[in-house]
Design a protein around this ligand. Structure first.
Ligand code: FAD
Length: 569
């Protein structure tokens, strides 16, 4: 692929260009599936545009458990094919995005012989399927080794020791943003905050869409030979819009997570414990820097697709699970963040959503329209390959997929990258400890981010407890299409998930930067702050959102701040 000279993203120009082109492929939805398809299609020579009605990754793709995993538990469903596909993709992603897909040990404490025998057989099979693609082989742990990684775990839960196996952890939203960036650099037109209102029906087929730019209110008509719906749990709606006589049955399955301070629940690896309820489900505790998150998935969801969050039962369930498994007395006031997501599962015969397959489905029709949904974050690349293979086959052209060897922002290993960035930081007289977290967010661009921060808003922490730098906010606006406080705090930086006050006083600074960059009025600034806080509060449910910092900020939320131009990069 030819690497064009770098130009920063220009959202409005991208929409103009999409409207004045004859596109080959228009993708609806900027989650992991949509950006994966954009990358695959553009690198096979198609003219591609992607529109996302909210922000990149604002759907399920920022609400996952943030694991790139083979799916040990799918072995119980005898879905060996899915496990084989997932471990292959896990291995590929570790190589093409080592900064974002990093090994993580999973420890399962064992207290009875039956579980011991099942774990032993299951993990032998898991490692066997992964073969040479494994992060490392599983290992039996003695009780003291389980205690080493989870010092406050109730000792009787590990009476027979435990097991450690390997999967990977990621930052789901940043993975989406990284893929979108590589796709954009390869020529795809990526437009967030742009809704598909209607599909274009042209001569018996779908030939594009009518879209509304939600930031300007302007409408545009996009012409495309293929329209691909990658709308996750909303896929049923787009299929109906394409042809009201068609029906795609999606069974949304809800998952919830709460974030705690790591000191309240210290773990060195991810630890899987029983929920302590008769349902026999498991809860996982995952380390995340100075924080840990606790989650469980697979609760059937009967409500609307846009108005769900962490309800009191969800938070209580997770807290009860950790309190009974660990020497902990945690209550909702110890929770510093929470999120909920809906998994798009294709409806089948299974009585529990946990038993529905994580495989993806591609549905063609009406002519010119393809829908893809289901699947997992882990398997997005394969999903995209399968979709674009179909388009290529229908077009009767030969154009092989190349995404399995396309770096997603890093060349070489994460260790090498961090080492290089530490040297750059030292030369710039910056604390070299900023290097590791910064590299793990930006890969090879991290050195540019660091120098950009130094030239603009500096390298002080945005929020003292979190590793994000003040200068990253402006980078998010100029380089990563962030257009609201929510875009910055929820997805470019994961402040909302990791901080009791969702950023607290830093929120005002973030809004100031957006106001400067985008020429906002005071009213736009305060609307963006309030929209962010309302969204966080809605999703957290009963989990408190500390707004005490607003005392001093509140009076001037509506006033425009003096604009201090930071100049060019
Ligand atoms: P989404 O991310 O939901 O994207 C669809 C997008 O379409 C949305 O952003 C939406 O705004 C947009 N859209 C809809 N209608 C329109 C329109 N009219 N115009 C424009 N845009 C539109 N998988 C893993 O591999 N590992 C995990 O650890 C994991 N954990 C999970 C935990 C939970 C709680 C859940 C719910 C899922 C988890 N998954 C995990 C699964 C994974 O997160 C999803 O399969 C994946 O994120 C779905 O991505 P998507 O792009 O298909 O959908």
């Amino acid at each position: 692929m030819r690497t064009p000279t770098y130009t920063p993203p220009d959202r409005e120009d991208s929409l103009d260009r999409a409207a004045s082109s004859d596109l080959d492929v228009l993708i609806i939805g900027g989650g992991i599936t949509g950006v994966g398809i954009a990358l695959d299609a553009v690198t096979r020579g198609y003219r591609v545009a992607l529109v996302e009605r909210d922000d990149l990754a604002s759907g399920t793709s920022s609400k996952s458990s943030k694991l790139v995993h083979g799916g040990v538990r799918y072995l119980a469903q005898y879905d060996f094919g899915l496990v084989a596909e997932a471990v292959r993709e896990r291995d590929l992603l570790r190589r093409i995005a080592p900064h974002l897909v990093r090994p993580l040990g999973f420890v399962v404490p064992v207290d009875d012989r039956k579980t011991h025998a099942e774990m032993k057989a299951g993990l032998l099979l898991y490692d066997g399927i992964a073969a040479f693609r494994n992060v490392d082989r599983h290992r039996r742990l003695a009780a003291f080794e389980v205690a080493d990684t989870a010092p406050s775990l109730r000792p009787d839960l590990a009476d027979l020791g435990g097991y450690r196996y390997w999967d990977c952890q990621t930052d789901d939203a940043r993975l989406v943003i990284a893929i979108a960036d590589v796709a954009r650099r390869a020529g795809a037109l990526i437009v967030n905050h742009c809704t598909v209102e209607r599909l274009r029906h042209v001569a018996g087929r779908i030939g594009g869409a009518l879209v509304t730019d939600r930031l300007t209110g302007a409408s545009a008509e996009l012409r495309a030979r293929w329209v691909v719906s990658a709308t996750g749990v909303w896929a049923g709606e787009s299929v109906r819009a394409a042809d009201p006589s068609r029906h795609l049955a999606i069974e949304p399955s809800k998952g919830v997570h709460i974030t705690l301070r790591a000191r309240d629940l210290p773990v060195g690896d991810a630890v899987i414990v029983p929920s302590g309820e008769p349902d026999g489900r498991k809860v996982f505790v995952v380390p995340w820097g100075e924080q840990v998150y606790v989650g469980t998935t697979d609760e059937p969801h009967r409500g609307g697709l846009d108005d769900y969050g962490v309800d009191p039962t969800d938070a209580g369930y997770l807290l009860h699970a950790v309190n009974q498994a660990f020497d902990a007395h945690l209550s909702v006031t110890d929770v510093i963040g929470a999120w909920a997501g809906l998994r798009p599962l294709i409806r089948g015969d299974a009585s529990r959503t946990a038993d529905l397959s994580r495989r993806h489905a591609i549905v063609e029709g009406p002519r010119g329209f393809v829908t893809v949904t289901g699947g997992k974050l882990t398997t997005f690349r394969q999903m995209a390959e399968d979709v674009v293979d179909r388009l290529v086959a229908r077009d009767g052209v030969k154009s092989p997929c190349m995404t399995h060897r396309l770096p997603l922002g890093t060349h070489g290993t994460a260790q090498e990258g961090i080492g290089r960035l530490r040297a750059v930081a030292t030369t710039l007289d910056v604390d070299p400890d900023v290097a590791a977290p910064l590299f793990l967010r930006y890969g090879d661009s991290a050195a540019d981010v660091l120098t950009f921060c130094l030239r603009t808003d500096g390298v002080d922490r945005l929020v003292p407890e979190l590793p994000y730098l003040r200068g990253e906010v402006r980078w998010a606006v100029r380089r990563e299409l962030a257009r609201s406080v929510d875009d910055v705090m929820q997805r470019r930086l994961r402040v909302s998930l990791r901080h009791d006050a969702a950023g607290g006083p830093a929120i005002g600074f973030v809004a100031d930067v957006l106001a400067e960059e985008l020429g906002w009025s005071g009213e736009q600034r305060s609307t963006s702050i309030e929209a962010y806080l309302a969204e966080v509060a809605r999703e957290r449910g009963l989990v408190p959102l500390d707004r005490s910092w607003q005392g001093s900020e509140a009076e001037d939320l509506g006033e425009a701040r003096p604009v201090v131009s930071r100049g060019p990069e």
